[in-house]
Design a protein around this ligand. Sequence first.
Ligand code: C5P
Length: 223
Amino acid sequence: APTQSLKGKKVTITAGPTREALDPVRYLSNHSSGKMGFAIAAAAARAGADVTLIAGPVRLDTPAGVQRVDVVSTNDMLKAAEQAADDCDLFIAAAAVVDFRPAVIATQKIKKEDGNDSDALTLVKNPDIVATIAARVERRPFVVGFAAETEKVVEHAAQKLARKNLDMIIANDVSNPEGGFNSDRNEVMVIDHSGQQPLPAALKTELAAELVALIAARAFPHN
Ligand code: C5P
């Protein structure tokens, strides 16, 4: 049986993509499968945590013992995250959040016949969910983020750790064939204020258990 390293802890995890509507039939999104976040949720539940999994649109079953909240847009994910974080010890942001959304959502299908041959899509910046939680003064959980990078992985992830005021960041090189968006495997570097630790390539399910053990040891060292 796994060690109960998160026994009694309340853990919130965001996972999957978000999706931003352009009109009733179209949206902006990305290829995130949600596998890493769901694997972490499953591992955290096995480690004894009380887990809330805030999931964007994904095709995955809810892990055993996990309370799932389904969301679509980034603003909905933020709302669910703020609510969950009000009563939470550890917040892990594994979602691939869409950075920009259409400035307006057309109420009717946008017709190509209506205008020019090219049309400008005006986008506005979405809120940063993990940075919003990490900026809290009161009711601030231990905050862990992810960084998907293609070069200077450690340098860029360390900058993200500082800029978003995170306690820990899990960096992965998405240009590496051993990992990334839709893969079942991943290989990461865990970075916090005390240094960095590589976790070698493994199945996302195995890696999730190692990550949960490492996060628990850093977040709750006196347990
Ligand atoms: O800035 P970047 O998107 O690379 O940061 C990745 C980390 O920030 C991930 O943990 C992701 O879940 C989180 N994030 C977020 N809200 C955003 C953008 C990213 O929570 N709008």
